[in-house]
Ligand binder design. Structure first.
Ligand code: SF4
Length: 363
């Protein structure tokens, strides 16, 4: 009988399905991508999504979804898909990923502004190293070891030969292919000038072996850099994966990464309420923004829970995972979206702006 509903976990996804006579609707929550932030819980107009055991899943104590979707309540509107900052939820219609709400009624989408200025980027590896979401696409050509600089540098050679000193002895040509001595038949008159030194700038990489080896100190070579050496290729941010935490922007030595957070807000931590030895919030934070300061000397007490404002995206995962009461308080005050803010969106935004703090979880 139609409609029929099902819920199953396959390929590391919780998939709920509604089958109609002529249509099959699926909503899949990717267990690896979902952080349990709860944005979808607030966003769902049907209240079809509830919290799962976020802390236990993050600590590897449970292998279930961090959120639970009720297939009978879900209207398959796709709002959770649109507002999930972690790209963890996908709506499909008849097996094809689709968001009919965007086509039919209109709904704004999260605006992730994250990019790398190609001119400024030096192709270093720092952003790739720190990005907690593997969102950096570093497509940079490998260069031969030992020739890294020379093979990527644009330079001109300033070569000078002191003709008065040069005896045409030929040692430079023996040492380097850039030199060639064109010898002429000697005569009693030209005995000290029997050749001409030819220099091929294209073969010179300014290693200066000729300068060192010339017994008459007749050669000078200088390398004039025309353009700063740069590895060829590109480093870019995959905005599907990026969560706008700004780690790349903060670490970039060239000021090349520019990221605008998708959520803005305030977070306050009341460490007096933190249960001893618990680091669940640190474990679940998808942006590595929360931390317990390291104990540097024996006998010192561990530091109190803290967070780096630069990296917090106010997703709410810490609030949902915390097993205690009123430890962290979060209040979003801005969501960057693009597109018309419909009445439905405004209602959801009000829920996302509400102050949030953990409540003791029942066992
Ligand atoms: S903003 Fe954060 S998630 Fe996005 S690319 Fe930079 S480091 Fe990665």
């Amino acid at each position: 009988m139609f409609p029929s509903y099902s819920k199953k976990t396959e390929n590391n996804k919780q998939v709920i399905e509604q089958r109609l006579l002529t249509q099959k609707l699926n909503l899949a929550v990717d267990l690896d991508r979902c952080t349990g932030c709860g944005v979808c819980i607030d966003a769902c107009p049907e209240e079809a999504i509830t919290e799962g055991p976020i802390g236990a899943v993050s600590r590897g104590k449970a292998k279930v979804s961090k959120v639970d979707v009720d297939p009978k309540k879900c209207s398959f509107c796709g709002v959770c898909n649109i507002l999930c900052p972690f790209n963890a939820i996908k709506l499909s219609v008849d097996g094809v990923e689709k968001l009919p709400i965007l086509e039919q009624q209109g709904f704004p989408v999260l605006e992730k502004k994250a990019k790398i200025d190609d001119e400024k980027c030096s192709r270093c590896v720092l952003c790739e190293e720190v990005c907690p979401r593997d969102a950096i696409r570093r497509d940079v050509a490998k260069v031969d070891q030992g020739h890294k600089a020379a093979s990527t540098m644009k330079y001109a050679i300033d070569y000078k030969l002191d003709d008065a000193k040069c005896t045409k002895c030929g040692i430079c040509a023996e040492a380097c292919d850039a030199f060639k001595i064109e010898y002429k038949e000697p005569t009693p008159l030209t005995v000290k000038r029997i050749g001409e030194v030819k220099f091929d700038e294209k073969k010179c990489d300014a290693c200066k072996v000729c300068v060192e080896i010339c017994p008459e100190d007749a050669i000078s070579i200088e390398r004039k850099i025309i353009e700063e050496p740069k590895l060829s290729g590109k480093v870019a941010i995959d905005t599907n994966e990026c969560v706008t935490c700004t780690w790349c922007q903060v670490i970039c030595p060239k000021d090349a990464a520019k990221v605008e957070k998708v959520f803005e807000g305030e977070l306050t931590i009341n460490t007096a309420n933190c249960p001893a030895g618990c680091s669940t919030c640190v474990d679940v934070c998808p942006c590595n923004a929360l931390y317990l300061p390291v104990v540097e000397e024996a006998g010192h007490k561990p530091g109190k829970l803290a967070y780096n404002k630069d990296f917090c995206i106010y997703c709410g995962a810490c609030i949902n995972a915390c097993p205690a009461d009123s430890t962290i308080t979060m209040k979003r005050n801005k969501i960057n979206v693009t597109g018309e803010k419909t009445n439905l969106y405004n209602k959801i935004e009000a829920k996302l702006f509400a102050e949030k703090t953990p409540k003791i979880k029942e066992a």
